[in-house]
Write a protein that binds this ligand. Structure first.
Ligand code: UT7
Length: 323
């Protein structure tokens, strides 16, 4: 059977780093509060010349270099983002153009923080359906542009960045020993749409709007939703938490990550945590975390890796990949 195998990985972060202490003169907060409640110590913030498209392009180029490929080898670009450069065209098409790629096709996916997990699942279906052989899957965001910088309950939580994977069609025998995407579970429920949303848009206010979140409400649902889709993914693949080599969760809050891993029985040393370095970068969070663990040699070829995310909508999902 056809499997979508990871061929390369790349990431890009804005030049400017903003530490927790940098907020202290802006809003009533402290490094201590932010670290204790979230685990975040710093985040990267895009300068005027850095956009979702430029960060996505840089991550894509790094992933292509890692794969030993060029844009000519790619058939499809799937970009997960909620902060596109423009309302339309899709920022994926802008990245396609920046890469000098004038064949194939490209589109954006919008599932907020779950965007990358949705995009990997979508790319896998295109590959297994025979519509694409090699796909660039990118998660890129500039949430700093939709933050209300006077709202301490949200502005300290988010950051900017991008990560990308090259997925390539490969052969497998249908077992969990195959390399590639092995199992996935996606969910959404719009009943929660007002708990994490942006208060503007083309069809309502005609403005871009700002991010609004009932943090405690999101927190309350997060662990249950995350563990549900992971258990569904484990059941699909016929594995348990003990079989995993690495758990790469969405990086929103260290307390959510710890509670989810504990509930699932995933050992602490298998959990990749980068929320301290990047904050919550929405659809870029999982590929950025992956890129750190691949670069430092933790995630190696053949490892069983579980990706997970939960965010606005709500949307949530998990993907199991053998690296
Ligand atoms: O990526 C999508 C998914 N998003 C998430 O997963 C986020 C989920 N939610 C969270 O991570 C947490 O709920 C937060 C980090 C957002 C907040 O932590 P919390 O422990 O739930 O705090 P809280 O909202 O219950 O607020 C506790 C107190 C409040 O003050 P009072 O009402 O107790 O006097 C807040 O006003 O902390 C206050 N507070 C702050 N204090 C200092 C809120 N933000 C800040 C701040 N600095 N930045």
């Amino acid at each position: 059977m056809i499997r979508s195998v990871v061929r390369g990985m790349g990431a890009a972060l804005p030049r400017r780093i903003m530490k927790n202490a940098d907020f202290e003169g802006m809003v009533e907060t402290s490094d201590e509060w932010i670290v204790q409640r979230t685990g975040i110590r710093q985040r990267h913030i895009a300068s005027d010349d850095e956009t979702t498209a430029s960060l996505g392009e840089a991550a894509a180029r790094a992933a292509l270099a890692d794969a030993g490929l060029t844009p000519a080898d790619i058939d499809l670009i799937v970009l997960a983002t909620s902060t596109p450069n423009n309302t339309f065209p899709a920022t994926a098409v802008e990245i396609q153009n920046r890469l000098g790629m004038h064949h194939g096709f490209a589109f954006d996916m919008q599932a907020v923080c779950s965007g990358f997990v949705y995009a990997v699942t979508t790319a896998d279906l295109y590959i297994r359906g025979g519509l694409a052989k090699r796909v660039l899957v990118i998660g890129a965001e500039t949430f700093s542009r939709i933050l209300d910088w006077s709202d301490r309950s949200t502005c300290v939580l988010f950051g900017d960045g991008a990560g990308a994977l090259v997925l390539e069609a490969g052969e497998g025998n249908g077992s969990v020993d195959d390399r590639g995407v092995l199992a996935m579970s996606l969910r959404s429920d719009g009943v929660h749409k007002d708990k994490l949303f942006v208060d503007g848009g083309p069809s309502t206010t005609g403005t871009v709007g700002h991010l609004r979140m009932e943090g405690r409400e999101v927190f309350k649902h997060a662990v249950g939703m995350i563990t549900d889709v992971i258990e569904a993914t484990f059941a699909q693949a016929g594995i348990t938490a003990d079989d995993l080599d690495w758990f790469v969760p969405h990086q929103a809050n260290k307390r959510i990550i710890d509670a989810s891993a504990k509930k699932l029985g995933i050992a602490e040393q298998k959990v990749v945590v980068t929320v301290d370095l990047h904050g919550n970068t929405s659809a870029a969070s999982v590929p950025l975390a992956l890129s750190v663990a691949v670069a430092d040699g933790r995630i190696k070829k053949g490892d069983l890796v579980l990706l997970e995310a939960m965010g606005g909508g709500f949307t949530w999902g998990a993907v199991l990949v053998r690296w």
